[in-house]
Design a protein around this ligand. Structure first.
Ligand code: FE
Length: 292
Protein backbone atom coordinates (compact mmCIF):
# COMPACT_ATOMS: atom_id res chain seq x y z
CA UNK A 1 0.00 0.00 0.00
CA UNK A 2 1.28 3.42 -0.93
CA UNK A 3 1.42 5.45 2.23
CA UNK A 4 3.32 8.44 0.90
CA UNK A 5 1.78 11.73 1.90
CA UNK A 6 0.15 13.73 -0.89
CA UNK A 7 -0.48 17.45 -0.90
CA UNK A 8 -4.00 18.26 0.24
CA UNK A 9 -3.96 22.03 0.03
CA UNK A 10 -1.72 24.88 -1.14
CA UNK A 11 -2.01 28.49 -0.01
CA UNK A 12 0.11 31.58 -0.53
CA UNK A 13 1.36 33.71 2.36
CA UNK A 14 -0.59 36.96 2.56
CA UNK A 15 0.57 40.49 3.47
CA UNK A 16 -0.19 41.41 7.08
CA UNK A 17 0.85 44.37 9.22
CA UNK A 18 1.88 43.34 12.73
CA UNK A 19 3.54 44.79 15.83
CA UNK A 20 4.09 48.55 15.56
CA UNK A 21 3.77 48.44 11.76
CA UNK A 22 5.91 45.59 10.42
CA UNK A 23 4.88 44.54 6.93
CA UNK A 24 5.29 40.78 6.71
CA UNK A 25 3.67 37.75 5.08
CA UNK A 26 1.54 35.32 7.06
CA UNK A 27 1.78 31.80 5.71
CA UNK A 28 -0.26 30.04 8.42
CA UNK A 29 -2.71 31.59 10.84
CA UNK A 30 -5.29 33.19 8.58
CA UNK A 31 -7.82 30.38 8.26
CA UNK A 32 -9.34 27.89 10.69
CA UNK A 33 -7.15 27.93 13.83
CA UNK A 34 -7.07 24.12 14.03
CA UNK A 35 -6.15 23.51 10.39
CA UNK A 36 -2.43 23.02 11.11
CA UNK A 37 -2.81 21.78 14.73
CA UNK A 38 -0.40 21.93 16.70
CA UNK A 39 0.95 24.83 14.58
CA UNK A 40 -0.96 28.08 14.83
CA UNK A 41 0.94 30.64 12.83
CA UNK A 42 3.94 31.05 10.54
CA UNK A 43 5.14 34.56 9.70
CA UNK A 44 7.78 35.32 7.06
CA UNK A 45 9.37 38.71 7.71
CA UNK A 46 11.59 39.43 4.75
CA UNK A 47 12.40 42.78 3.22
CA UNK A 48 15.22 44.86 1.77
CA UNK A 49 13.41 48.02 2.92
CA UNK A 50 14.08 48.93 6.58
CA UNK A 51 10.81 50.90 6.66
CA UNK A 52 9.01 47.55 6.38
CA UNK A 53 10.41 46.19 9.66
CA UNK A 54 12.18 48.80 11.85
CA UNK A 55 8.98 49.65 13.79
CA UNK A 56 9.35 46.16 15.22
CA UNK A 57 7.31 44.33 17.80
CA UNK A 58 7.60 46.46 20.97
CA UNK A 59 6.70 45.10 24.43
CA UNK A 60 3.68 42.82 24.27
CA UNK A 61 2.37 39.78 26.16
CA UNK A 62 1.91 36.14 25.22
CA UNK A 63 0.20 33.25 27.00
CA UNK A 64 -0.57 29.64 26.11
CA UNK A 65 1.84 29.14 23.20
CA UNK A 66 5.45 28.58 22.22
CA UNK A 67 7.20 30.61 19.54
CA UNK A 68 10.21 29.58 17.48
CA UNK A 69 12.01 32.41 15.69
CA UNK A 70 14.56 31.57 13.00
CA UNK A 71 16.64 34.32 11.44
CA UNK A 72 18.33 33.95 8.05
CA UNK A 73 19.49 37.50 7.39
CA UNK A 74 19.92 40.58 9.58
CA UNK A 75 19.53 40.78 13.35
CA UNK A 76 16.62 40.84 15.79
CA UNK A 77 17.14 42.47 19.20
CA UNK A 78 15.17 40.68 21.86
CA UNK A 79 14.23 41.26 25.48
CA UNK A 80 11.70 39.62 27.79
CA UNK A 81 10.28 39.45 31.30
CA UNK A 82 12.43 36.43 32.18
CA UNK A 83 15.32 38.93 32.15
CA UNK A 84 16.81 37.72 28.88
CA UNK A 85 18.34 40.32 26.54
CA UNK A 86 20.11 39.41 23.34
CA UNK A 87 20.44 39.58 19.59
CA UNK A 88 19.30 36.83 17.25
CA UNK A 89 21.61 36.83 14.21
CA UNK A 90 21.76 34.98 10.89
CA UNK A 91 21.18 31.26 11.35
CA UNK A 92 20.22 31.65 15.02
CA UNK A 93 17.06 30.36 16.64
CA UNK A 94 15.19 31.39 19.71
CA UNK A 95 12.38 29.48 21.21
CA UNK A 96 10.13 30.82 23.86
CA UNK A 97 7.59 29.04 25.99
CA UNK A 98 5.16 31.80 26.90
CA UNK A 99 3.28 29.43 29.21
CA UNK A 100 1.38 31.33 31.93
CA UNK A 101 2.62 34.66 30.60
CA UNK A 102 5.59 36.58 29.30
CA UNK A 103 6.20 40.12 28.08
CA UNK A 104 8.73 40.52 25.35
CA UNK A 105 9.86 42.69 22.49
CA UNK A 106 11.41 41.73 19.19
CA UNK A 107 13.04 44.49 17.15
CA UNK A 108 14.34 43.55 13.67
CA UNK A 109 17.42 45.62 12.81
CA UNK A 110 18.40 44.23 9.40
CA UNK A 111 21.95 43.83 8.16
CA UNK A 112 24.50 46.32 6.77
CA UNK A 113 22.65 46.56 3.47
CA UNK A 114 19.23 46.97 5.10
CA UNK A 115 18.03 43.41 4.51
CA UNK A 116 16.06 41.37 7.01
CA UNK A 117 14.72 37.84 6.79
CA UNK A 118 13.30 35.68 9.52
CA UNK A 119 10.46 33.32 10.35
CA UNK A 120 8.32 32.99 13.44
CA UNK A 121 6.39 29.78 14.04
CA UNK A 122 3.78 29.56 16.81
CA UNK A 123 3.26 26.12 18.30
CA UNK A 124 0.25 25.60 20.54
CA UNK A 125 0.53 24.28 24.09
CA UNK A 126 -1.82 21.56 25.30
CA UNK A 127 -4.14 22.53 28.18
CA UNK A 128 -1.90 20.83 30.75
CA UNK A 129 1.04 23.10 29.78
CA UNK A 130 -0.67 26.39 29.03
CA UNK A 131 0.00 27.78 32.51
CA UNK A 132 3.52 26.35 32.83
CA UNK A 133 6.35 28.71 33.86
CA UNK A 134 7.71 30.80 30.97
CA UNK A 135 11.07 29.86 29.45
CA UNK A 136 13.32 31.44 26.88
CA UNK A 137 16.25 29.87 25.06
CA UNK A 138 18.58 31.19 22.38
CA UNK A 139 20.44 28.79 20.10
CA UNK A 140 23.27 30.03 17.89
CA UNK A 141 23.75 29.03 14.25
CA UNK A 142 26.84 26.99 15.19
CA UNK A 143 24.70 24.81 17.47
CA UNK A 144 22.28 23.85 14.70
CA UNK A 145 23.37 20.62 13.00
CA UNK A 146 23.50 20.58 9.21
CA UNK A 147 23.19 17.31 7.30
CA UNK A 148 25.19 17.76 4.08
CA UNK A 149 24.47 15.22 1.36
CA UNK A 150 26.88 14.29 -1.42
CA UNK A 151 24.60 15.90 -4.00
CA UNK A 152 24.87 19.30 -2.26
CA UNK A 153 21.56 19.17 -0.38
CA UNK A 154 21.67 20.73 3.10
CA UNK A 155 19.20 19.98 5.87
CA UNK A 156 19.35 22.19 8.97
CA UNK A 157 17.75 20.40 11.90
CA UNK A 158 16.15 23.05 14.09
CA UNK A 159 13.93 20.74 16.12
CA UNK A 160 13.18 17.05 16.15
CA UNK A 161 15.42 14.84 14.08
CA UNK A 162 16.42 13.97 10.54
CA UNK A 163 17.91 10.49 10.22
CA UNK A 164 20.45 10.15 13.01
CA UNK A 165 20.73 13.92 13.55
CA UNK A 166 18.78 15.67 16.31
CA UNK A 167 18.18 19.39 16.52
CA UNK A 168 18.91 21.61 19.54
CA UNK A 169 15.31 22.69 20.20
CA UNK A 170 14.21 19.83 22.42
CA UNK A 171 11.78 21.24 24.94
CA UNK A 172 8.81 22.31 22.82
CA UNK A 173 5.84 20.55 24.44
CA UNK A 174 4.50 18.98 21.26
CA UNK A 175 7.97 17.76 20.16
CA UNK A 176 7.72 18.99 16.58
CA UNK A 177 10.13 18.32 13.74
CA UNK A 178 11.31 21.56 12.12
CA UNK A 179 13.79 21.48 9.24
CA UNK A 180 15.29 24.03 6.82
CA UNK A 181 15.91 22.11 3.60
CA UNK A 182 18.03 23.41 0.68
CA UNK A 183 17.99 21.25 -2.47
CA UNK A 184 20.17 21.69 -5.56
CA UNK A 185 18.56 21.43 -9.01
CA UNK A 186 16.39 18.33 -9.47
CA UNK A 187 17.46 16.81 -6.13
CA UNK A 188 14.97 14.72 -4.19
CA UNK A 189 14.13 14.87 -0.49
CA UNK A 190 12.34 12.18 1.51
CA UNK A 191 11.28 12.10 5.12
CA UNK A 192 9.62 9.44 7.21
CA UNK A 193 6.68 10.89 9.10
CA UNK A 194 4.52 9.65 11.93
CA UNK A 195 1.04 8.69 10.83
CA UNK A 196 -1.52 11.13 12.19
CA UNK A 197 0.94 14.03 12.43
CA UNK A 198 0.27 17.36 10.77
CA UNK A 199 2.96 18.03 8.15
CA UNK A 200 3.46 21.13 6.04
CA UNK A 201 6.15 22.64 3.84
CA UNK A 202 6.77 26.36 3.29
CA UNK A 203 8.76 27.17 0.15
CA UNK A 204 10.81 30.36 0.20
CA UNK A 205 13.27 30.03 -2.70
CA UNK A 206 13.31 28.21 -6.03
CA UNK A 207 10.72 25.61 -6.98
CA UNK A 208 9.61 22.37 -5.34
CA UNK A 209 7.58 19.64 -7.07
CA UNK A 210 5.06 17.71 -5.00
CA UNK A 211 2.46 15.06 -5.67
CA UNK A 212 -1.16 15.99 -4.95
CA UNK A 213 -3.97 13.82 -3.63
CA UNK A 214 -5.41 13.89 -7.17
CA UNK A 215 -2.27 12.22 -8.49
CA UNK A 216 -0.95 15.33 -10.21
CA UNK A 217 2.46 16.95 -9.83
CA UNK A 218 2.27 20.51 -8.58
CA UNK A 219 5.03 23.12 -8.36
CA UNK A 220 5.23 25.21 -5.20
CA UNK A 221 7.44 28.29 -5.12
CA UNK A 222 8.26 31.30 -2.97
CA UNK A 223 5.65 31.91 -0.21
CA UNK A 224 3.56 28.79 -0.91
CA UNK A 225 2.47 26.57 1.98
CA UNK A 226 1.71 22.94 1.11
CA UNK A 227 -0.28 20.96 3.68
CA UNK A 228 0.12 17.21 3.34
CA UNK A 229 -2.50 14.54 3.86
CA UNK A 230 -1.71 11.60 6.12
CA UNK A 231 0.95 8.94 5.49
CA UNK A 232 4.21 7.38 6.62
CA UNK A 233 6.59 9.41 4.45
CA UNK A 234 6.79 12.33 2.09
CA UNK A 235 8.80 13.25 -0.95
CA UNK A 236 9.70 16.64 -2.39
CA UNK A 237 11.71 17.16 -5.60
CA UNK A 238 13.50 20.38 -6.46
CA UNK A 239 12.91 22.03 -9.82
CA UNK A 240 15.87 22.48 -12.21
CA UNK A 241 17.11 25.59 -10.34
CA UNK A 242 16.84 23.98 -6.87
CA UNK A 243 14.71 25.13 -4.00
CA UNK A 244 14.56 25.81 -0.29
CA UNK A 245 11.78 25.23 2.21
CA UNK A 246 10.86 24.87 5.86
CA UNK A 247 9.34 21.52 6.77
CA UNK A 248 7.35 21.16 9.98
CA UNK A 249 5.68 18.08 11.46
CA UNK A 250 3.89 17.67 14.77
CA UNK A 251 1.14 15.64 16.38
CA UNK A 252 -2.18 17.46 16.68
CA UNK A 253 -3.25 18.49 20.18
CA UNK A 254 -6.94 18.08 19.32
CA UNK A 255 -8.25 20.56 21.91
CA UNK A 256 -10.53 23.58 21.44
CA UNK A 257 -8.65 26.77 20.47
CA UNK A 258 -9.65 30.16 21.86
CA UNK A 259 -7.35 32.74 20.30
CA UNK A 260 -7.24 36.49 20.57
CA UNK A 261 -4.15 38.37 19.41
CA UNK A 262 -1.06 37.16 21.31
CA UNK A 263 -2.95 34.82 23.64
CA UNK A 264 -4.16 31.32 22.78
CA UNK A 265 -6.18 29.35 25.33
CA UNK A 266 -8.82 26.60 25.24
CA UNK A 267 -11.90 28.60 26.25
CA UNK A 268 -13.35 32.09 25.91
CA UNK A 269 -13.44 32.29 29.72
CA UNK A 270 -9.67 31.73 29.89
CA UNK A 271 -9.21 34.50 27.31
CA UNK A 272 -11.43 36.83 29.33
CA UNK A 273 -9.38 36.14 32.45
CA UNK A 274 -6.12 36.74 30.58
CA UNK A 275 -7.22 40.14 29.22
CA UNK A 276 -8.67 41.07 32.61
CA UNK A 277 -5.31 40.25 34.21
CA UNK A 278 -3.51 42.34 31.58
CA UNK A 279 -5.66 45.35 32.43
CA UNK A 280 -5.17 44.82 36.18
CA UNK A 281 -1.42 44.26 35.95
CA UNK A 282 -1.64 40.71 37.35
CA UNK A 283 -0.85 38.89 34.10
CA UNK A 284 2.67 37.65 34.93
CA UNK A 285 2.44 34.59 37.20
CA UNK A 286 6.10 33.64 37.31
CA UNK A 287 9.24 35.40 36.14
CA UNK A 288 10.35 32.17 34.50
CA UNK A 289 13.71 31.13 33.21
CA UNK A 290 15.77 32.77 30.50
CA UNK A 291 19.05 32.18 28.78
CA UNK A 292 20.84 33.60 25.80
FE1 FE B 1 5.82 38.17 20.33
Amino acid sequence: MDTRRKVRNIVTARPVTEGAGVRLRRAIGLGEPGEYDPFLLLDDFRSDEPDDYLAGFPWHPHRGIETVTYVLKGNVEHGDSTGTRGTIGPGDIQWMTAGSGIYHQEMPKGDGSGSMHGFQLWVNLPARDKMTAPRYRGVTAAEIPVVRRDDGAEIRVIAGSFGETSGPVLDVATRPTYLDVTLPGSASFSLETTRGDTVFLYAFAGEILLETERGETVTVANRNVALFGDGDALRADAGPQGGRFLLAAGSPIGEPIAWRGPIVMNTQEELRIAFDELSRGTFIKAKGEGGA
